[in-house]
Design a protein around this ligand. Sequence first.
Ligand code: NDP
Length: 434
Amino acid sequence: VQRNPHESEFHQAVKEILESLVPVIAKHPKYMENGILERIVEPERLITFRVPWVDDQGQVQVNRGFRVQFNSAIGPYKGGLRFHPSVNSSIIKFLGFEQTFKNSLTGQPIGGGKGGSDFDPKGKSEAEVMRFTQSFMTELAKYIGSDTDVPAGDIGVGAREIGYMFGQYKRLHGGHEAGVLTGKGLLYGGSLARTEATGYGCVYFVEEMLKSKGLSFDGSTVVVSGSGNVSLYAIQKATQLGAKVVACSDSNGYVYDADGINFETVKRLKEVERKRISEYVKEHPNAVYAEGCENIWSIPCDIALPCATQNEISAQSAETLVANGVKAVGEGANMPSTLEAIDVFLKADVLFGPAKAANAGGVAVSALEMAQNSMRYSWSFHEVDDKLHAIMKNIYRNSISAAEEYGYPGNLVVGANIAGFIKVADSMLAHGVV
Ligand code: NDP
């Protein structure tokens, strides 16, 4: 805390991991003796930079850009870019730290990184988004490359922004280096199923958790928060598996639709028209809209998939979900449950899929995108989706067996942290003190 003052999100993420590692350290003192814990919580590099741009009124605006290159023990830094006014070094470091273990869990050769800016894309014109994004990439381009650091999207950074960044990088470097970014459009090196991967992967992971108790999505009621990239495809896959998704949200409020949320409507409203979720009720008069986000968790459901942002489920919301009989929670977003909320779920024996395992599908398919770019070849949608499905099952198996081995049977929080940690820590040991 003293080394990283005022970085509460980063402290929260570090605390969660270090607490899980107690049984590992007890069994393997080599990690303590070699300073692995001290090194693993310190980013290899944190770059912050000025992002000046000119708005449509001709005024100069200045935002702050970040890239944390957290850990490269098992591969090039890999992690998304977030454009949201809340972005600061604490948020970026928490995300980069988590990403290191998540990427390790995927079984792919990728290290941990994350970045972004406090730029708010809401209400900006197309031209403003392009000017900002080009300015952001002009600086970021100095630090990334297909074998060093490969950014992707996150909140506020979708296909449009990745396209502008790719264009600017290409212009600066004078060549088409496909592997420098993932989440690219299909026309210029993107992977089929990358758009769907995080949402689908989260549902595949929860499916494995449910199976362990003889349950399934079929016939269940699901609440998904958010209506962005992760939420949309979680809604689609859960619905395909026979569930009824009754609610979703944005940062202003949520919609409840007892008939089941209509995927096509949400997709068009959010991806094409870039409108607010409140517009949904105009097309589905039986649905109701409520202002405010947190009350979405008061809707009774069997499965909750928080897919919007960090700390969106408080202990109180967790208690409400438990009182309403929730059976499983799968974290599509990063750190959507507070530490206290996680405690509530674990004590109530709710199946709980932590973010670094449950939402690893996106980065896993990003690694598959890098592989396809290296081969100059692309796999079909089904090939990628099958690989994603197999990766998610594998993450579940590895996490559940690590939990069992270290004395926390069924606890996927501990299991995922341990399984992700060991591979990174052993690679760091192999590299000496660097
Ligand atoms: P998007 O920008 O596509 O969507 C984010 C959604 O969450 C929007 O509906 C947004 O509403 C809502 N939201 C954002 N901030 C807040 C807030 N402070 N309070 C309430 N709602 C909010 O982002 P993604 O879907 O890509 O990302 C969602 C989460 O998933 C993030 O935690 C991200 O880190 C995580 N994630 C994403 C991956 C990916 O592949 N995209 C991979 C792994 C994790 P509004 O439109 O009003 O802003």
